[in-house]
Write a protein that binds this ligand. Structure first.
Ligand code: FEO
Ligand code: CA
Length: 709
C-alpha cells in the first residue's frame, strides 16, 4: 500500500523511488549512524544484554558468527520440532537469483502449484470464473488480492497441530484492482486503482457490489489428493466474509456514541471489513483479520473530527473506489460518504468510519458465527496481530503495527488469564493497550493507553476508554510514542520469545520537516526498510520495558553507490553486508516457523519495481529465509511480474508451505491497459480470458522434507 497519513494529512506516496535519490547533505552520514549503533551494541551486550539474559538470537546460540553458515544444529526447541524425523540444516536449500521473469521460481529440489486464484468458486452455486461474473458471483468465489493467511488443520482443536493434508485455508483479500474485474473497464485508460465511472458520474451498483465482495476473507476447505495436488473441497464451512457481512462491535467501544449509525443506532454493529492486510491466529483457533488502509475508502465533505482527520479519511474527491456513488443509492454503499447530513448520528453515516480500523475475529469452523470487531486492541492501520505462545494461567499478549509513515507499534495484554479449556474471544475484549517508545540507548518502554493514566484525561480531551481507543493514534501521540518507519508484520521466535517487526520503508524520514533519524529508525529516507527486534525484560511478555536491537537493514550490495542504501545484517558486533545472493528491499510479511527459521517477504511498490534505479537490482518481489542466530539470509522464492509476496504458513509437519502472490500485473500502466497490453499475465497466461490473478502458491520439497531445511 502506498497511501499514508500523518496528523490528518493524506500523503499519496507515488512510489518511494519516484523521488530523487536521497541527498545526505546536512544529515549525519549513514556510516556514522551505523558505527554509533554498533558501538552502542557493544555497550548493550556488556550490560543490559546480560541483565536481560539471553538477549536475542545471538545470546541464545552463543558466539555464532557468519562463518558458522547455516549449520545451526538442532537442539532443544530450536531444532527438531517435526516429530523426530530427519531435520536438515536451518537453511539447507540453494538460494535462487533475483528474477524479472513472469513466473514463480523456487529452489532446486522444490516444486509448487497454484491454488485458489481470485475468482475460483468455493461456495453457494459455485459460479466459475468469467470476466463478466456478477457482484453476487464474486460473493461465492475467492476474493481478490490475497494477503495474510493461515492453514487450520481440519480437526479444529489447535491452530498449529493436526492434519497436514486436510484443513481450512483462511486468507485476507486486501483490496481490488477494478480494471481487471469489470467488462466496462476494457479499453479504458485506468491505472491499478482506477474505477469505471458512468457518464453521469455515478458507478454501476453491481460493479460496486463486485468490488465489495472481492474484499474481506475467504474460508475454504482444501486437501491434498493422492496425486499430491491440493484442491478446494465443497464443505459447509466454506464461506466468504466481505465488505458487506454483518458484524458485531465488541469491547469497550461497543455502545459508545462514536459508533452510533443509522444501521446501528445503539452502536453495537456494522457491516463488513475492508483492506485486510495481515492476520492473526488466536490460541483458541479463530482468525483475526486486521483492517489496514481503510480510511481512504471514506469521504467527508464537511468538518472531519480528529477520529477521521488523524487517520486520513478523505476530505475531497471521492472515496477510494467511489462506492458512495453507486447508482442505486443503496444504504450499504452510500454509507462510505460520512458527511453529516441529517439531524443526528442515528439518521446518517457520520460515524461509519469509526466502525473500521479494528481487528476482526472470525471463527472459521462456525459458518454461522458473526465476526466480532475487537475494539480493545485499538484503532489504527492495523497490519496484523501476533501473539506470544499462550501460557496456561497467564495473560495473553500480542502486538500490532500501524502501517503508515511515522506511526507506532502497539502491545495488548489481556486482563484475564488464558486457560486452554475456556479461552475464547472474550479474552480480547478486556485488557491493556500499550504503545512502544524506543529509547536511543537500546531500552524501550510500553506506554499505557488507559483512560485516566498518562494524561489521557478529560482536561486533555480524552473522555473515556472508548474515546481513547477510537483515537488510538492521538492517544499514542500524546504519551510520546516513537514514530517508526511503517511497522508491518511481527513474528515471535518460539525458541526464546524475541519479537521481530518489519519496518518496510519510509522515504520521508528527515524530509520536509518530518521526524529525523533516531537509533531505532537510523536511516534518512529509508528506501529499503529494516527489521527491528526486542526482548521483553525478564523474559516476561507482560513487562512494561524491553531491550531492543536491529537485526537487519534491507538494501543493495553496492549497486546504487549510495551508502545509506546498502544492506547489512547485524550480528553481535559484526555488520555483514548483504550480497547479490540475499539483497532485499521493503520487508513486509514476516513469520518465524517452529524451527526458528525466519521468512521475510518483500513488498516494493508497484510504482518503483523493476524500473526505478534504487530498486531495479532487486528484480521482482521475493521471499527470503533467515537464520537469526548466524545472520545468514538466503533468497528462497521469486515472484512473477508486478506482484508482492505476502502471507506464509506451513502445515503442522512443515512439509507443505502456502504463500500468496498479490496483485500480479499491477505494474501495467493506464496506457498499456487501454491498449490491451498487460505487464504480466500470471498465473493463467491467458490474457484474452483471464487477467492476472492473485493466487496462493503451494510449495513442497520433492524429497518430502521440511521446507527450508
Ligand atoms: Fe498492506 Fe502494510 O501492507
Ligand atoms: Ca502487508
Amino acid at each position: 500500500m502506498t497511501e499514508n497519513t500523518r496528523n490528518g494529512l493524506v500523503v499519496v506516496d507515488n512510489g518511494e523511488g519516484d523521488e530523487a535519490l536521497c541527498n545526505l547533505s546536512g544529515n549525519q552520514p549513514f556510516a556514522d549512524v551505523l558505527q554509533a549503533r554498533l558501538g552502542r551494541r557493544g555497550v548493550l551486550k556488556g550490560s543490559l544484554g546480560l541483565a536481560a539474559g539471553g538477549l536475542f538470537g545471538v545470546g541464545l546460540t552463543g558466539c555464532l558468527s557468519s562463518s558458522d553458515s547455516s549449520d545451526r544444529s538442532p537442539s532443544g526447541s530450536n531444532g527438531d520440532t517435526t516429530g523426530g524425523s530427519e531435520v536438515g540444516p536451518l537453511l539447507g536449500f540453494q538460494g535462487v537469483p533475483v528474477s524479472e521473469a513472469d513466473r514463480v521460481v523456487v529452489p532446486e529440489g522444490y516444486s509448487y502449484q497454484v491454488l485458489m486464484p481470485w475468482g475460483e468458486p468455493i461456495t453457494g452455486s459455485y459460479p466459475m470464473f468469467l470476466l463478466n461474473n456478477s457482484g453476487a458471483d464474486q460473493g461465492m468465489q475467492v476474493g481478490m488480492h490475497h494477503d495474510g493467511m493461515h492453514f487450520y488443520p481440519i480437526e479444529g482443536d489447535d491452530p498449529y497441530e493436526g492434519s497436514s493434508t486436510d484443513g481450512l485455508l483462511v486468507m485476507n483479500h486486501e483490496y481490488v484492482e477494478p480494471r481487471f474485474m469489470h467488462a466496462s473497464a476494457q479499453g479504458q485508460s485506468l491505472n491499478r486503482g482506477g474505477v469505471p465511472v458512468k457518464g453521469d458520474g455515478t458507478r454501476a451498483a453491481d460493479e460496486v457490489l463486485k468490488e465489495m465482495n472481492g474484499h474481506g476473507v475467504t474460508i475454504a476447505r482444501i486437501n491434498k489428493g493422492l496425486d499430491n495436488q491440493w484442491s478446494v473441497r465443497a464443505d459447509a464451512r466454506n464461506r466468504r466474509v466481505t465488505a458487506l457481512t454483518p458484524m458485531e462491535i465488541a469491547g469497550p467501544v461497543r455502545g459508545s456514541s462514536h459508533v452510533v449509525t443509522k444501521y446501528s443506532p445503539e452502536g453495537s454493529a456494522t457491516r463488513g471489513t475492508i483492506n485486510n492486510c495481515a492476520h492473526g491466529v488466536t490460541p483458541w483457533g479463530t482468525y483475526l483479520a486486521a483492517e489496514e488502509n481503510w480510511a481512504g475508502y471514506f469521504i467527508n465533505k464537511g468538518a472531519r473530527p480528529r477520529e477521521q482527520s488523524r487517520y486520513g479519511v478523505r476530505s475531497s474527491g471521492t472515496g477510494r473506489y467511489a462506492w458512495e456513488l453507486a447508482d442505486n443509492g443503496a444504504d450499504e454503499y452510500v454509507r462510505f460518504n460520512v458527511t453529516a447530513t441529517e439531524a443526528d448520528a442515528t439518521q446518517d453515516y457520520r460515524n461509519e468510519a469509526h466502525c473500521f480500523g479494528w481487528v476482526v475475529e472470525i471463527d472459521p469452523f462456525n459458518p454461522d458465527s458473526k465476526p466480532q470487531k475487537r475494539t480493545a486492541l485499538g484503532r489504527f492501520a492495523h497490519e496484523g496481530v501476533v501473539f506470544h505462545t499462550a501460557e496456561e494461567g497467564k495473560p495473553l499478549v500480542g502486538y500490532s503495527g500501524d502501517d503508515a509513515q511515522f506511526e507506532y507499534i502497539y502491545k495488548f495484554v489481556s486482563k484475564n488469564n488464558y486457560f486452554k479449556s475456556t479461552a475464547d474471544g472474550r479474552l480480547l475484549d478486556e485488557g491493556t493497550l500499550y504503545v512502544a517508545k524506543f529509547n536511543d540507548d537500546g531500552t524501550g518502554e510500553w506506554l499505557e493507553l488507559t483512560f485516566g493514566k498518562n494524561g489521557l484525561i478529560p482536561e486533555n480531551d480524552f473522555a473515556n476508554q472508548a474515546d481513547v481507543l477510537v483515537n488510538t493514534r492521538t492517544a499514542a501521540d500524546f504519551v510520546g510514542a516513537t514514530p517508526m518507519d511503517r511497522p508491518e508484520w511481527g513474528a515471535i521466535d518460539p525458541a526464546n520469545g524475541d519479537v521481530y517487526f518489519t519496518l518496510t520503508n519510509n522515504s520521508n524520514r528527515d524530509n520536509n520537516n518530518r521526524p529525523g533519524v533516531d537509533e531505532a529508525n537510523p536511516r534518512p529516507q529509508n528506501r529499503h526498510g529494516h527489521i527491528i527486534r526486542w526482548a521483553e525484560d525478564g523474559g516476561d511478555p507482560t513487562a512494561t520495558s524491553f531491550a531492543w536491537d536491529i537485526f537487519v537493514l534491507g538494501g543493495d550490495s553496492g549497486q546504487s553507490g549510495v551508502e545509506s542504501q546498502r544492506g547489512f545484517v547485524l550480528v553481535g558486533d559484526e555488520q555483514i553486508p548483504l550480497t547479490d545472493d540475499n539483497i532485499f528491499s521493503s520487508p513486509d510479511g514476516l513469520w518465524i516457523d517452529p524451527a526458528s527459521r525466519m521468512w521475510i517477504q518483500m513488498d516494493m511498490s508497484e510504482g518503483v519495481m523493476n524500473t526505478n534505479p534504487t530498486y531495479a537490482m532487486m528484480g521482482n518481489n521475493a521471499m527470503l529465509a533467515a537464520n537469526t542466530g548466524t545472520g545468514e539470509i538466503r533468497r528462497f522464492l521469486t515472484g512473477p511480474l508486478g506482484q508482492e509476496i505476502t502471507g506464509v504458513i506451513t502445515t503442522p509437519d512443515q512439509r507443505t508451505m502456502f504463500i500468496n502472490v498479490q496483485h500480479p500485473g499491477a505494474t501495467t500502466t493506464a496506457e498499456e491497459w487501454a491498449g490491451g497490453e498487460l505487464n504480466g499475465t500470471w498465473p493463467d497466461h491467458d490474457p484474452l480470458n483471464k487477467p492476472p490473478r492473485s493466487a496462493t502458491v503451494v510449495i513442497w520439497k520433492d524429497d518430502g522434507g521440511v521446507i527450508g531445511s
